[in-house]
Write a protein that binds this ligand. Structure first.
Ligand SMILES: [Zn+2]
Length: 423
């Protein structure tokens, strides 16, 4: 039993009693102290390689897999532990004495510093004042000072270093937000290209006269942007396939689809029939079709790199990273040899699976390290699982369940068994 069992019992007991508002400040204090202790425990977990408990080489996985924390929460916790125990241990006491919400603000704003070497100096300044500032004032103060630090830091490549581009997870309608930052030259390229596309196409779609166009400016800009991407994809050497979108469906899906159906793809987007049609005829090469019983043609190749056709077959079988709980789509995955090439594993489809960068780099290819797990496949189950300490777990994430072959298996498992033959 852990050393906090008594505290837990006390709190559990307290929760059955009447509260008064006077308890609030004490509870906030308990919360602050627990949060600090959690940070210390996270540091201890890193020092003792707690990740071996979940068979991973990465400490993040201990928190996400053994404690159900999200990746974002884990990142936040580990950054905090690193700040307190490795980067600025001299400021730990002062940081720990702050109310928890102020602590979070400081961590967040410090990350915006271009030059991490400025951080201890800034911390020293702000920690003297933080107790007397409201959270809003603290945020403003920190933002102003970070900006000042960044401005005096005369780095000619600052814009270059800040470049980024992100696409969100799909929302309920299947659409995605994107955001980013480009240095001036790339931004001007983008602006010119969108503007040109806007002028060429935006007002003229499908024979509608400009004066009858009811689209908003935002919608027209979005159409111009889509046009631009579409043109790039059309001129791309689509026949090589690796950068193309692959749509996974069964033969039955293909014959009997309904208008509302959505199909899983290699980018993790679920596309409707209309979306697929809009993407154009080049895509038809990349439908991954199955026989009704879910079988795939086994492809053999003597080359180490999986060929495009194998990627198609893999997509149809796995669709996402096969690590338990992961939903990274094919585009973010590497093709992994279950038995490594050096140990004589071939590149036929039976020996390949998808693993995202994170899980691929954590996989124990030697199968000999007791604290690390590896992707595996047993003759009894066609699925690829993750083996650790003699247990095999499978990816049951919603994205993994979308894979056609998985759906076929589910459907087959749920269908009534034929009656036994008479006699
Ligand atoms: Zn993964």
């Amino acid at each position: 039993m852990g050393q906090f069992a008594t505290v837990l019992a006390l709190l559990r007991d307290a929760s059955t009693q009447q509260f008064s508002h006077e308890d609030f400040s004490e509870l906030r204090e308990i919360h602050r102290m627990l949060a600090n202790l959690t940070t210390e425990a996270a540091h201890a977990a890193r020092l003792s390689d707690a990740n071996s408990e979940v068979g991973s080489a990465k400490i993040e996985d201990y928190f996400t897999e053994a404690h159900g924390m999200s990746r974002a929460e884990t990142r936040e916790l580990l950054t905090r532990a690193e700040n307190d125990f490795i980067n600025y241990p001299q400021h730990r006491c002062a940081m720990w004495s702050l109310p928890w919400n102020k602590r979070i603000i400081i961590d967040r704003e410090l990350q915006k510093l271009d030059d991490p070497k400025e951080a201890p100096f800034l911390l020293k300044q702000i920690l003297d004042e933080a107790h007397d500032l409201t959270p809003e004032q603290l945020t403003t103060q920190l933002r102003q000072r970070t900006r000042r630090c960044n401005d005096t830091n005369d780095d000619p490549f600052r814009a270059e270093k800040r470049r980024k581009f992100r696409i969100s997870k799909p929302d309920v309608d299947g659409g995605r937000y994107f955001s980013g930052y480009l240095p001036a030259y790339a931004a001007s390229l983008l602006k010119t290209a969108v503007r040109r596309s806007f002028n060429q196409h935006a007002g003229l779609s499908h024979g509608i006269k400009v004066q009858d166009d009811r689209r908003t400016y935002d919608q027209r800009m979005a159409d111009a942007f889509t046009h631009l991407i579409k043109r790039t994809e059309d001129t791309h050497t689509a026949r090589t396939g690796c950068a193309s979108i692959v749509v996974s469906m069964t033969a039955e899906d293909f014959e009997n689809f309904r208008l509302g159906d959505r199909f899983a793809t290699s980018t993790g987007d679920e596309l409707s029939i209309f979306d697929i049609a809009r993407l154009g005829p080049a895509l038809h090469d990349y439908f991954a079709l199955h026989t009704p019983d879910g079988n795939l043609i086994s492809l053999t190749n003597t080359q180490r790199t999986a060929t495009f056709l194998q990627r198609v077959a893999l997509l149809a079988r796995d669709l996402v990273c096969t690590h338990p709980g992961c939903d990274a789509p094919l585009d973010e995955c590497d093709v992994h040899h279950i038995i490594s090439f050096l140990n004589g594993g071939g590149t036929d489809i039976e020996n390949l699976t998808l693993l995202c960068r994170h899980h691929h780099t954590s996989n124990d290819d030697t199968h000999r390290k007791p604290h690390r797990g590896h992707a595996t496949r047993t003759p009894r189950d066609p699925r690829v699982g993750f083996s650790h300490k003699g247990n095999i777990k499978y990816n049951e994430s919603p994205a993994a369940r979308r894979a056609s072959s998985q759906r076929i298996r589910t459907r087959f498992a749920n269908s009534p068994q034929p009656p036994p033959p008479p006699g």
